[in-house]
Design a protein around this ligand. Structure first.
Ligand SMILES: [Zn+2]
Length: 351
């Protein structure tokens, strides 16, 4: 995989181009969000399908990033968008949908069946996001607007080589898009296989601080509230069983692409088991000592322990302070999700 990157200006407007197959140009368009350490780390994927003359976006990003996404699409000489595919409808993936459709009113949107009504009428989703994420972050994402029903596909779009796989876990309605072209598998996994900084993309995010290629790609589970172990475990196993041993690439919404897709899926699965076992053991001790297992200081301590013992997190200590702050927040959210599940599971097993 050859990766080219280009900065368009100083305004965090940046894209990557991935040279993998002939019939499709693949771009990551950076979605800057003006919030601590979040100017990089959110992706909209643009697929220019030369063979069939169609252009596809996988994820579009939050409302705040849409002008930049559109400007980048135009800079790349792409005049129309035919399809928009959403892995799930969280604000950081789909919040800008109503805004991008103003530029591309003919685009047809695919979201999972459970998500469709929320992209047409997003007020409930917006209100619950403000509650869960907090007003400061949702203000940084900017307000979502609804889209016309006529733009919403009721079925899977017919795009050459595309299959859509249900991968609940990070969100109950999460789906994964797999393209099979020229004997190559391109898997757009959203957050079903965790979060990374890809080898090429991390230099941009982290500046000149880290030059060495890591032995392990920075990776962690995206196991937010309300996490269900069996559901995430099943989704990952399903993806592992579908992934080819070779010529399989993963495209993460947070953030970048990885070769050795099957190995990356297996690594995330092993990591999920490792985190689950560790957190479950600590939560059990807390419950039996009659201490609060969701105490924030306790959860932070677990996150620090994981950072020391999980080789996929070893680069964290080298990150810039603002990036560290954002990353720690995400890692803590994932620890919280698993701890909350472990408490429910503890009581369920003893009921
Ligand atoms: Zn996300």
């Amino acid at each position: 995989m050859k990766v080219f990157s280009k900065a368009l200006n100083q305004n965090h407007q940046h894209y990557f181009q991935y040279d993998i197959i002939d019939s499709m140009d693949i771009y990551l368009i950076n979605n800057p969000v003006d919030f601590y350490g979040m100017n990089y780390g959110f992706a909209a994927w643009l697929l220019v399908d030369n063979k069939n003359g169609i252009n596809i976006l996988v994820e579009i990003g939050p409302a705040a990033a849409i002008d930049i996404v559109q400007d980048t699409i135009e800079t790349l000489g792409v005049k129309k968008i035919d399809f928009i595919l959403l892995t799930h409808i969280h604000l950081d993936h789909a919040g800008g949908l109503g805004h991008i459709l103003k530029y591309y009113p003919e685009a047809m949107v695919y979201a999972s069946e459970k998500g469709r009504k929320h992209i047409i009428e997003p007020d409930k989703l917006w209100d619950s996001s403000v509650k869960v994420l907090g007003k400061r972050l949702t203000d940084a994402y900017q307000k979502t607007i609804g889209i016309p029903e006529k733009n919403v596909l009721k079925d899977k779009p017919s795009i050459e080589g595309l299959s859509i796989i249900k991968t609940p876990g990070h969100a109950p309605h999460h789906e994964t898009f797999i393209f099979e072209r020229e004997g190559v598998q391109l898997i757009f996994c959203g957050e079903a296989a965790g979060m990374i900084y890809g080898r090429a993309e991390r230099k941009l995010v982290l500046g000149d601080g880290i030059d060495n290629e890591p032995d392990f790609i920075y990776l962690y589970p995206a196991t937010i509230y309300r996490f269900e172990y069996d559901v995430s475990d099943n989704s990952l196993k399903k993806l592992i069983s579908l992934a080819h041993d070779e010529n399989c690439y993963l495209f993460y919404s947070h953030y970048g692409a990885a070769e050795d897709g099957k190995k990356m899926l297996e690594a995330n699965h092993a990591q999920l088991v490792f985190w689950k076992d560790m957190i479950e053991k600590e939560v059990k001790k807390r419950i039996e000592n009659e201490e609060n297992p969701l105490d924030m200081e306790f959860l932070k301590e677990i996150a620090f322990q994981l950072m020391k013992s999980d080789l996929h997190l070893k680069d964290y200590v080298h990150y810039r302070e603002d990036v560290k702050r954002a990353q720690f927040r995400y890692i803590l959210n994932s620890v919280y999700g698993i701890a909350d599940w472990a408490i429910r599971n503890y009581h369920k097993e003893r009921a």
